[in-house]
Design a protein around this ligand. Structure first.
Ligand code: RB5
Length: 159
């Protein structure tokens, strides 16, 4: 359950299909006193999700911001974009269990939501759980280290 949200600055972005839910989540972040950077989009006019996925993911990948939230229609396209970036562990969580586990076991640093799949109230609970659940570390850290190694070897070999 929601305890205390981590005090991080969040990058948040969406395409047109996630715009309405993004605005709702911004309201939630404001009510929790959590700082955020709104990376767009700014209306329901049709745009391309990779442009906004890239903005948020590059901020998290570079370490400029600790965490991100991305929303498109299903969450699938944004997940594909975000997980191309080194150091990004994006998790598509349209349910509470996934949101909790993505923090406990995967130390997810970008939460992805499907704006055409879930409603405002469920999204609100997912965001709160995701923000307040810590990473468990231990054996899970060992597994994340392996992901990091894969990233490094792909970078070195250009494959
Ligand atoms: C836009 O119509 C839609 O394709 C996009 O929001 C997303 O669901 C892609 O994965």
């Amino acid at each position: 359950m929601y305890r205390e949200a981590v005090k991080v600055k969040i990058a948040i972005g969406s395409d047109h299909a996630g715009f309405g839910l993004k605005q709702e989540i911004i309201g939630i972040l404001n009510s929790l006193n959590i700082e955020f950077m709104d990376c767009g989009t700014d209306s329901g006019e049709s745009v391309d999700y990779p442009d906004f996925g890239e903005k948020v993911s590059s901020l998290v990948s570079s370490g400029k911001l600790e965490r991100g939230i991305l929303i498109c229609g299903t969450g699938i396209g944004m997940s594909m974009v975000a997980n191309k970036f080194p150091n990004v562990r994006a998790a598509l969580c349209n349910d509470l269990f996934s949101a909790r586990m993505s923090r406990l076991h995967n130390d997810s640093n970008i939460l992805v939501l499907g704006g055409r799949i879930i409603g405002r109230d469920l999204a609100s609970e997912i965001v709160k759980v995701w923000l307040s659940t810590p990473f468990e570390g231990d054996r899970h850290q060992k597994r994340l280290n392996k992901i990091r190694k894969i990233e490094e070897s792909l970078n070195n070999h250009g494959t």
